[in-house]
Design a protein around this ligand. Sequence first.
Ligand SMILES: Nc1ncnc2c1ncn2[C@@H]1O[C@H](COP(=O)(O)OP(=O)(O)OP(=O)(O)O)[C@@H](O)[C@H]1O
Ligand SMILES: [Mg+2]
Length: 331
Amino acid sequence: MLHSIETKSLTKSFGDVVAVNDVSFSVDSGEIFGFLGPNGAGKSTTMMILTTLLKPTSGQALINEFDVMREPKKVRQTIGYVQQETAVDEYLTGRENLLLQAKLNHIPKDQIEQRIDEVLELIELSDKQNESVVTYSGGMRKRLDIAGGLLHRPKVLFLDEPTVGLDIQTRRKIWEYIKKIHKEFEMTIFLTTHYMEETDQLCDRIGIIDGGKIQVIDTPENMKNALGNEVISIVVDVENPEFLSELEKIEFVKKINQDGTKLTLFASNGAEVIPQIFQISSKLNVKINSISLTQPTLDDVFISYTGHEIRDDDSGFNQKREHAKMKRLRA
Ligand SMILES: Nc1ncnc2c1ncn2[C@@H]1O[C@H](COP(=O)(O)OP(=O)(O)OP(=O)(O)O)[C@@H](O)[C@H]1O
Ligand SMILES: [Mg+2]
């Protein structure tokens, strides 16, 4: 099968920082593929290499079999790229923004108006098209931004954190639009996100990226199944290594993550495991403050592959967003 995207040992260093470290993956034609990772994981850097905006330090990347280094022009003709920060001009109307985009993308003059009508309808902004973007909500701005990336009907669409900073209802709406676009244009979509739910909702396959390295690539389903079908979370009074090693011996327990006094057990048969946990705790005199049984989520998957939660440095991330927003407001 033809790969829409293929990378081989892609690496990008900025001085001492290895932002993208020996990354190899491929995305099939028509697939929605997601890069899931925290701040600074290397998501945007990878995307900028794939969209020809950055040169890799080493390795290779092909888009529709065109090499990003040797045939950047051909690559650019077949892709749409919606960058992380919204790139619409606030003082133009929605339609004027798209007109600008159409000209930048060299869309034939006689097709411009029709293409704009088409994308406006698709993202349901037709009725607001003649209003200035200053009056648009964050979700509407993002939709307009995405529309701009669709005008030249790209074969591969790159979306860098398409729902970042939006509230959950707006985020859900954007997911619906992305699904609609995918169906309508039958395109390949490569997106990055640090929202687990987003990959679960949209992606056929996910690559978990952390510290510039891909930790695992698989379908959301397989990732969850690999951990067993149940997650048992325990909070104990004090850390006890012996308790941990006894728990590891229980049949059906596939994996345990420890974070101080909080233990997360991935198991295939919770009903069998829980009574044994209590037996061990009473034998070792370990006080259990709480215990709960849930289904594994992608959060759990992320923790199991990286050893930490994805929201670790979310505060820094929000600060960055706020800063960007302030800059826009001041401009
Ligand atoms: N132009 C640059 N110069 C120096 N370092 C950079 C540059 N761009 C990115 N980096 C560094 O490379 C690493 C990866 O950054 P990147 O922007 O790709 O991460 P990300 O996964 O997109 O993060 P975020 O979720 O915050 O958008 C970070 O450590 C970042 O500081
Ligand atoms: Mg980024």
